[in-house]
Design a binder for this molecule. Structure first.
Ligand code: ADP
Length: 158
């Protein structure tokens, strides 16, 4: 049984994140989505709100996906949940340098756990949580880019 983690900020979850999580089930039997609760990074939604939105979308749809908040290092979270692999998504070359550095550092810290990258679906390659928040802030229509529960929560925030 292969257990994967998919760590990230998910502030908030987009259809791009959902696509990566669902495709990760092709390589993993079980996926634990790790919502990073980073005190140094200001987020629009609290870790609890981000976990809830992921549970209400991916968690409800797939019995083999669960969602947990974590603080600190990804490798410690991977150890805690006994993960075999770390899943990350790549949208464009701009993601590559940072992702490569993180993957190499994580490999040094925890060589038993391999990072696997999934290429963004072309439909969602332009999507990021920050762009969604900016469009939502100025009243733009984000309903094609996030699940309905997230669109509703963004409407409440702004
Ligand atoms: P982080 O702050 O850790 O980058 P994000 O929530 O922004 O957290 O992203 C989590 C992971 O999902 C990253 O690997 C990122 O590259 C990937 N990702 C984000 N948006 C998309 C998308 N639209 N398509 C594919 N992968 C994505």
């Amino acid at each position: 049984m292969i257990r994967a983690i998919y760590p990230g900020s998910f502030d908030p979850v987009t259809l791009g994140h959902m696509d990566i999580a669902e495709r990760a089930l092709c390589v993993a039997d079980e996926l634990v989505i790790g919502v990073l609760n980073n005190s140094k990074k200001t987020s629009l939604f609290s870790a609890e709100e981000r976990v809830k939105m992921l549970q209400d979308t991916l968690g409800i749809k797939h019995s083999n996906i669960r969602v947990e908040a974590f603080t600190g290092l990804t490798v410690d979270f991977a150890r805690k949940v006994n993960a075999d692999i770390i899943i990350r998504g790549l949208r464009a070359v701009t993601d590559y340098e940072y992702e490569l550095q993180m993957a190499q550092m994580n490999y040094k810290l925890l060589p038993d756990v391999e990072t696997i990258f999934l290429m963004a679906n072309i439909k969602y390659a332009f999507l990021s949580s920050s762009v969604i928040k900016e469009v939502a802030l100025y009243g733009g229509d984000i309903t094609n880019f996030v699940p309905p529960v997230v669109a509703e929560r963004l409407r409440e925030k702004f």
